[in-house]
Design a protein around this ligand. Structure first.
Ligand code: TRP
Length: 71
């Protein structure tokens, strides 16, 4: 990836929120699963390995496109 991508922030509102990274390219596969407990925060970027992220559970997600409240 030439241009550094924006960071996004995920704050868990309950225990056991899953942040799942999906691979870039022709195969879309789970490559990383991170478990967050309540009030834990993850700060991450999209990278040459990660083109999509799936969030399971109640969380606040902040991106440059706005905030998503997943209640
Ligand atoms: N090794 C992964 C990567 O460089 C780490 C990562 C970056 C990640 N962003 C993520 C994992 C978002 C899960 C979700 O792509």
């Amino acid at each position: 990836m030439d241009k550094p991508s924006d960071f996004f922030v995920i704050r868990a509102l309950e225990d056991g929120v899953n942040v799942i990274g999906l691979t870039r390219g022709t195969d879309t596969k789970f490559h990383h699963s991170e478990k967050l407990d309540k009030d834990e925060v993850m700060i991450a970027q999209f990278t040459e390995h990660t083109s999509a992220v799936k969030v399971r559970g109640k969380a606040v997600i902040q991106t440059s496109h706005g905030q998503i409240d997943n209640n």
